[in-house]
Design a protein around this ligand. Structure first.
Ligand code: NI
Length: 398
């Protein structure tokens, strides 16, 4: 357990460095798949730490490999690096220098924490009985970045992976450690109802898809309430609807298009919701002499704290903060894509501070976190490597 004292000492020593990383990244945000400068910045730092940068032929995103003092398990650590097309309006001491773009989800803190962890672990490399893969992932906000990396075989040789996201729902200094689902599976639903258009004053000559759509939208809200136990989590939201060509009072359109999202923690629930939506839209549309269809696209599965790694993650979190049992959210995370391939655990790093204005949700223009969270995140990543290697060696993941 000597490594715990060393991690603590280095967290303190590298605090200023971690703030520099955070400030730079915060001032220079880049949206998904455009993280070119961030990529170059991360690469330069990894190289300066004598960490090998592996070329997967990606335009953005970086993977680094640190070999420890002896052979052993490979632990991957993942941070996302993309920002959002949101104009910052926060009380952060330094702000985004890019108009209309900001790190309103705090990925700058994740990236800075992983860079700091790389700095800590590079000094401790002789103590690492295995290796560490640092994954700086692009395009998390589009739910596509993890897939890019997995498709390029970046998980080859990885025994376990750990990921971290900040949480404005968890108090600063606490770390959310969940034994089970933490963030929801995200599926897309694209729906259409086809009718027969005509004059708004002569509806009897039409098959009105707007009325059919209204009925369908109401009914779709019963899928969760009448089919899933009130003790379970599921969401069906229809978020976008298009009928007609805009602000016209007297034309009944030919068709109505709807877009929405389904969120679940259990894939069996998603399957049930898919079946109900397809049946409901077809039969309700039919009742109005229209035709309806629903395209159901499975995008990302639920992100969770893997049961077999719970004690490991709890121990790592205890070393740098106060572990708490967080309330799961209907938001999604493409960390789950890695979890489909290798054992993994996902933490929430608490940032909530009422006194410091760090209370706003992800993607709010007011979103703010205290940079003091960055060295804590770095320590969490570093501890996860040592605890993760122990877990693999102790056969916990067999
Ligand atoms: Ni995020």
């Amino acid at each position: 357990m000597e490594y715990k004292a060393t991690v603590h000492r280095l967290m303190k020593e590298k605090e200023q460095l971690s703030f520099e990383f955070f400030e730079h990244l915060h001032k220079h945000p880049e949206i998904s798949n455009q993280e070119f400068e961030t990529t170059a910045y991360v690469k330069d730092i990894l190289k300066s730490l004598d960490i090998e940068v592996i070329d997967y032929g990606m335009e953005t995103g970086v993977v680094g490999l640190l070999r420890g003092g002896s052979d052993g398990p490979c632990i991957a650590l993942r941070a996302d690096i993309d920002a959002l097309p949101i104009q910052e309006d926060s009380t952060q001491e330094f702000c985004s220098e890019v108009p209309g773009v900001s790190h309103a989800c705090g990925h700058d803190a994740h990236c800075a924490a992983l860079l700091t962890a790389a700095s800590i672990l590079s000094e401790m490399r002789d103590e690492i009985k295995g290796s560490v893969k640092f994954i700086f992932q692009p395009a998390e906000e589009l739910n596509t970045g993890a897939k890019i990396l997995v498709d390029r075989d970046c998980l080859r040789g990885v025994d376990a992976i750990f990921g971290v996201h900040n949480s404005p729902d968890v108090p600063f200094g606490s770390i959310g450690v969940k034994d089970g689902p933490l963030m929801a599976a995200v599926d897309r639903i694209n729906m259409k109802i086809y009718g027969r258009g005509g004059h708004g004053g002569q509806p009897h000559l039409t098959c009105d898809p707007v009325v059919a759509a209204a009925s369908f939208i109401q009914s779709a809200q019963t899928i969760v309430s009448r089919n899933i136990s009130p003790n379970r989590f599921a969401v069906v939201s229809i978020c976008d609807m298009k009928a007609g060509s805009g602000a016209i009072n007297n034309i009944i359109p030919e068709e109505v298009t709807m877009y929405g999202t389904v969120r679940t923690f259990d894939s069996a629930d998603a399957k049930m919701i898919e079946e109900r939506l397809k049946k409901m839209i077809a039969q309700i549309a039919d009742a109005y002499n229209c035709e309806g269809e629903c395209e159901y696209i499975y995008q990302i599965p639920a992100t969770y704290g893997m049961h077999e790694l719970y004690d490991t993650a709890y121990a790592a979190a205890s070393a740098v903060g106060v572990p708490v049992d967080p309330t799961p959210t209907g938001g999604g995370e493409d960390f789950s894509i890695y979890q489909q391939h290798v054992p993994g655990f996902f933490y929430w790093l608490g940032i909530r501070e009422e006194d410091n204005d760090c209370v706003y949700p992800w993607h709010s223009p007011h979103f703010k976190l205290n940079k003091a969270v960055v060295p804590i995140g770095a320590g969490l990543y570093a501890m996860s490597v040592f605890k993760g290697i122990d877990a693999v060696n102790n056969g916990l993941l067999k």
